[in-house]
Design a protein around this ligand. Structure first.
Ligand code: KIV
Ligand code: ZN
Length: 544
């Protein structure tokens, strides 16, 4: 329920690129972060936490590039361009680094944090409560001296002594914080407790009515969305969320769940957001594609089954009226319901129009490449659906700049017999290389042949395969995760993705995409690229 003295708009603070990237295995390179950030602008987020700049040179560079390239976008949105935030622990070095990265955005924020629970103070920070309050006061004041927009988070607030929490929050407000975020860092609270905590903060912290209160929940007990909604019902007007709910351990609150709950039940919540809900599905697919974190089929709002009706009674009801079993229309979140779209006889114009309807705004060159792939697909598959087109765009357009291209793949496999693969690749300077290898199966043989050509040490961690649509001619979508040496010399994980009607080609392309990222990271480390100037990217970007 909205309350009289608080606004009826909830600010959406997206932390996919910071807390979301802390998801196990979800590494994103700089270009992928830029693509996601651009899509977050289209989605309509108010604040985007672009990263933790002190964490690594790569993080700092990515936040800075987002501030420069993405910060000015979206000025024509109803609420203007997004605020770009950078995370910092409550110390000067972190705050300086965060400020230096975000200050290039027209609207920027420093988000600083210090734990307030006795567990963290005693075991992690080894400081007293008094020292904690003094540090919060000093560091929030320092951040405010650099930047007018400062957010403070008492980490592990959900398990902090509320009386002490009030003291910490009061100190932060007095020192100049403009947003107070109250994280349930370990996903411990219940909706009633978390909601009551905000009520108590508003009653006991002087100045709480002058700043924005924010909720930040983790999903360890599966309560993140419920807790965030309870917080909104108790006066919170900023929610920290991630796409697909990715994040540390069991993840963060999912953006799409909160936004659609507010959208679908206006009488219960009485608040709005600036989100363009029709961009939800695309954003979800893009984040899953780049992070390599799959979306569970029964995931609310964006899962493959979220709008599927299986039971006969349900199908019958749906045929009579969609309201019988549907509380949201799939189109509202950007899920297209068109089944048969295009085929062999569809021309460039029809294809381009369908791309537009699906929300893709591609450059001429990207559209041309996509059209060629579409025609190729029509030769192999009778009916091309929207899902096929999406997979094709992800595969053709949203790929890392390729060092190595797949030219030819021949596989011999059978029973009995020894699976053998011959692979021909074109390399970075146009050289053609062919190798053959035997393996335990056809995929293993193809990967061994690729390894012989590229010669970069790596370990295959994960291999996933999915049929995009039903039917024997369905496209296969393969995602792989490989481990290798990252830009800073440490082990890092790289994701790759391939979609083709031929499963083995999809698998080989996915592996190659992951290895291309690995090679790019090693190259980047060897000659660290000069700082990127405004508007200049070193990879392909979508036009806005
Ligand atoms: O979960 C948490 O406490 C955080 C803070 C850094 C805001 O992510
Ligand atoms: Zn968190």
């Amino acid at each position: 329920m909205s309350e009289p003295h608080v606004s009826d708009r909830v600010l959406i603070f997206d932390t996919t690129l910071r807390d979301g990237e802390q998801s196990p295995g979800a590494t994103l390179n700089e270009n992928e972060k830029i693509e996601i950030a651009r899509q977050l602008v289209r989605l309509g987020v108010d604040i985007m936490e672009a990263g933790f700049p002190i964490a690594s040179v790569g993080d700092y560079e990515a936040v800075k590039r987002i501030a420069i390239e993405v910060g000015p976008l979206g000025q024509d949105r109803p609420y203007g361009s997004p605020v770009i935030a950078g995370l910092a622990r409550a110390n000067r070095a972190d705050i300086d680094r965060a400020y230096d990265a975000v200050r290039h955005a027209p609207r920027h924020r420093i988000h600083t944090f210090l734990a307030s629970s006795d567990i963290h103070l005693k075991h992690k920070l080894q400081i007293s409560r008094e020292q904690c309050v003094a540090q919060v006061r000093d560091m929030v004041a320092y951040a405010a001296s650099l930047c007018p927009d400062v957010e403070f988070s008492p980490e592990d607030a959900g398990r902090s002594d509320p009386e002490f929490l009030f003291i910490v929050l009061r100190a932060a407000i007095e020192a100049g914080a403009t947003t107070l975020n109250v994280p349930d860092t370990v996903g411990y609270t219940t909706p009633a407790e978390y909601g009551a905590l905000f009520r108590a903060i508003r009653e006991n912290v002087p100045g709480a009515d002058k700043i924005v209160l924010s909720a930040h929940c983790h999903n360890d007990l599966g309560l993140a969305t419920a807790n965030t909604l309870a917080a909104i019902q108790n006066g919170v007007r900023q929610v920290e969320v991630t796409i697909n709910g990715i994040g540390e351990r069991a993840g963060n609150t999912s953006l799409e769940e909160v936004v659609m709950a507010l959208h679908t039940r206006p009488n219960v919540f009485g608040v709005t957001t600036g989100i363009d809900t029709t961009q939800i599905y695309r954003t979800s697919r893009l984040v899953s594609h780049y992070t390599g974190v799959p979306i569970q089929p029964n995931k609310a709002i964006v899962g493959a089954n979220a709008f599927a009706h299986e039971a006969g009674i349900h199908q019958d009801g749906m045929l009579k009226h969609h309201l019988t079993y549907e509380i949201m229309r799939p189109e509202t979140v950007g899920v297209s319901q068109t089944r048969l779209v295009l085929g062999k006889h569809s021309g460039r114009h029809a294809f381009g129009k369908r791309l537009e309807e699906l929300g893709y705004n591609l450059s001429r060159e990207e559209a041309q490449k996509a059209f060629e792939r579409f025609k190729d697909l029509c030769d192999k598959k009778k009916d091309v659906t929207d899902r096929d087109i999406e997979a094709l765009i992800m595969d053709e357009v949203f790929q890392p700049p390729a060092y190595w291209h797949l030219d030819q793949l021949h596989i011999h496999s059978g029973f009995p017999g020894i699976p053998t693969a011959t692979v021909r690749l074109t390399g970075p300077s146009g050289e053609e290389r062919t190798e053959a290898a035997m393996g335990t199966g056809p995929v293993d043989a193809a990967y061994k042949a690729v390894d012989r050509i590229i010669g970069v040490p790596n370990r295959l961690l994960e291999f996933n395969i999915n049929a995009i649509t039903a039917g024997i001619d369905a496209m296969a979508e393969v995602s792989v995760r490989v481990e290798g040496e990252g830009p800073d010399g440490r082990r890092a994980v790289f994701n790759g993705h391939g979609a083709e009607t031929d499963t083995l080609v999809a698998a080989t392309k996915a592996y190659l995409a992951a290895l291309n990222k690995l090679v790019a990271a090693r190259d980047q480390a060897a000659h660290r690229a000069p700082p990127v100037e405004a508007g200049v990217g070193n990879g392909r970007t979508l036009r806005d």
